[in-house]
Ligand binder design. Structure first.
Ligand SMILES: [Zn+2]
Length: 188
């Protein structure tokens, strides 16, 4: 999977080239900074993928105003796809909690330190999947951190939360990849 930050930095250069000279001068000192304008440019035309749109706004523009809309998109997606069914019907506060943890996980995740976000390592001229991040290129929250965010003991996480978590975080990864592929198309 392409790295979102790299796609966005390519986008940054493309946008910098289209700026007026005055703007370009102002932007040369912050080439690697992703501005809300760049994200807005990248997101133009992706209205039908609302989940991906809100996620990108929250993650790359740090636009807090869309957090609630993103939660609602995830809840609707879960209902439509029969995910978290029992929790949504009888323990909605738990459903919202696990959704919030997944949002925090994907928006705060940083590059894997072992592979610098590449997802693989080269050992003896052989490319192997990075064992630390299992190829994702990201540093994810561990089980203890997620349990702490849920306000429960780690064994309680293992018992009833752990099995539900991949459905939610994988949905967000899928939405992020929709956004990245959209950015990729905008760059061509
Ligand atoms: Zn890694």
């Amino acid at each position: 999977m392409p790295n979102a930050a790299k796609e966005l930095s390519k986008l940054t250069l493309k946008i910098a080239n289209s700026y007026t000279s005055e703007d370009r001068q102002a932007s040369t000192n912050r080439e690697d900074v992703i501005t809300p304008e760049m994200v807005a440019y990248a997101l133009a035309g992706m209205g039908k993928h609302r989940g991906a749109y809100y996620l990108a706004r929250l993650k790359y523009s740090l636009d807090e105003s869309v957090r609630q809309a993103l939660r609602t998109e995830i809840v609707n997606y879960c209902i439509k796809n029969q995910l978290l069914v029992n929790w949504i019907n009888s323990k909605p506060e738990k459903a919202l909690k696990i959704i919030d943890i997944a949002i925090y996980d994907i928006t705060a995740s940083t590059e894997c330190q072992s592979c610098q976000g590449r997802g693989h390592e080269v050992i003896n001229n052989e490319i192997i999947e990075c064992p630390t991040c299992k190829g994702s290129g990201r540093k994810q929250f561990g089980r203890n951190e997620k349990a702490r965010m849920a306000g429960i003991f780690p064994n309680a996480w293992d018992e009833s939360w752990k099995s539900k978590y991949p459905d939610i975080i994988d949905t967000l990864y899928k939405w992020e990849s929709i956004f990245i592929s959209h950015v990729g198309k905008r760059l061509r």
